[in-house]
Design a protein around this ligand. Structure first.
Ligand code: AKG
Length: 377
């Protein structure tokens, strides 16, 4: 089990979205949760998002997965697997200590394997990232946040910046953690063969919230109402949009936001959509409710699919938002939300009397049959 050696509360108060930092020995006796061979196996899969980045002198080479590892050079290259937590249960366990953060902010676990000299060059992300150093050593430099860094495209697929003056310049060893808030340029190259684990958090943008809300409004045929003014007076200035007309139309738009229940449903569904492909495998043959009941009664555990996003509002816990959809339970099953959305495993020990509620077992059966929870072997 991975355990942080520092207080996450103190970390949040001092560093989160404020300044980058290195936490030496953030994990004690760190052991890679995945081997380079297993990671390479993932990168060779069609459905897994991966890339290969190499540097030859000052020329960069980038290939997108599925990768093949024939004819790779001796050094100065790395390969990266995005959303590795969706595909590898062991790797996903590295996220558990970071669950003191809201799950809705979490994006993915990205893993990179680098040969000596390998890295992706200096760049800026709009993510908060904890880069956990696994085996090997890597030299990291992090610069101050500024608006005027000069962009450089060493390769069309690499959005790099020319240079920066580091405020952090250090070598990470196994178990060290580098935290970088959005907007701080960084550059890391491996000193020897190295594994890095990037636990990434992505805050939603105003633009994408508005755009997703607009999609929701259209899909749900909300506000399908035209501007209407039966008192329209004749005017001498037909080119003008009168301030009263502007105000009426602005009010029409604002009124769309004035439906708290609808907003909650949209936001729950929006935030629960994954930005990365999930390894969803529907149960075959499907489970019957009595089988799920018996399975849990026997002391077995169900596990949430890696990367599955499941949320609830504490004031309305009988409504669940899972992978972009709303699921309803009777109000008396409200405690189910915490088991399904806060915890990673479900077992009879924690469920207590809830297991006797047919509506809950029916929902659980539906979720298992979708492949969203699965028996923990
Ligand atoms: C990041 O996680 O932001 C990185 O820059 C990691 C890049 C790498 O591991 O090569």
């Amino acid at each position: 089990m991975y355990q942080l050696t520092f207080s996450f509360e103190e970390f949040l108060a001092e560093f989160w979205q404020k300044k980058p930092t290195i936490i030496k020995g953030g994990f004690k006796d760190f052991i890679d949760p995945i081997s380079p061979d297993e990671l390479a196996g993932l990168a060779m899969e069609e459905e897994v998002d991966s890339r290969y980045v190499a540097k030859h002198g000052d020329k960069w080479d980038v290939k997108h997965g599925p990768l093949s590892f024939d004819n790779v050079p001796e050094d100065n290259w790395s390969f990266i697997v995005q959303a590795a937590n969706h595909w590898h249960e062991g790797a996903a366990r590295l996220i558990t200590p970071f669950r003191q953060m809201p799950n809705w902010l979490f994006d993915d676990l990205m893993i990179s394997y680098s040969t000596s000299g390998g890295g992706v060059g200096a760049h800026i992300d709009q993510y908060d990232v904890f880069i956990v150093q696994g085996s090997g050593k890597r030299h990291w430099r992090v610069g101050p946040k500024k608006d005027d860094y000069e962009e450089e495209f060493g390769h069309p697929a690499l959005r790099q910046i020319k240079s920066f003056d580091p405020i952090i310049d250090d070598i990470l060893e196994p178990g060290d953690i580098l935290y970088i808030p959005p907007g701080f340029p960084h550059d890391g190259y491996a000193i020897d063969t190295s594994m890095s684990f990037s636990i990434g958090f992505r805050s939603p943008k105003k633009q994408e919230l508005l755009s997703s809300f607009a999609d929701f409004v259209i899909a749900n045929e909300v506000g399908d109402v035209h501007y209407h003014n039966p008192e329209l007076p004749a005017r001498k200035t037909p080119g003008a949009i009168l301030s009263s007309e502007f105000a009426d139309m602005e009010a029409m738009m604002r009124s769309l936001l004035d439906h708290p229940d609808m907003m909650k449903k949209w936001m729950g569904e929006h935030l629960s959509q994954s930005r990365h492909e999930l390894d969803v495998i529907a149960a075959e043959p499907p489970w019957q409710q009595a089988e799920i009941y018996q399975f849990l009664e026997n002391g077995e555990t169900l596990k949430r699919l890696g990367g599955l996003r499941a949320f609830y509002y504490p004031e309305k816990p009988h409504q669940l938002y899972i992978n972009g959809e709303t699921y309803e339970l009777p109000e008396e099953c409200g405690t189910a939300a915490s088991y399904l959305c806060d915890a990673e495993d479900i077992s009879q020990d924690v469920l207590g009397k809830l297991i006797d509620h047919p509506a809950f077992v029916a929902l659980l059966t539906q979720l298992v049959n979708h492949g969203y929870w699965y028996p923990n072997e």
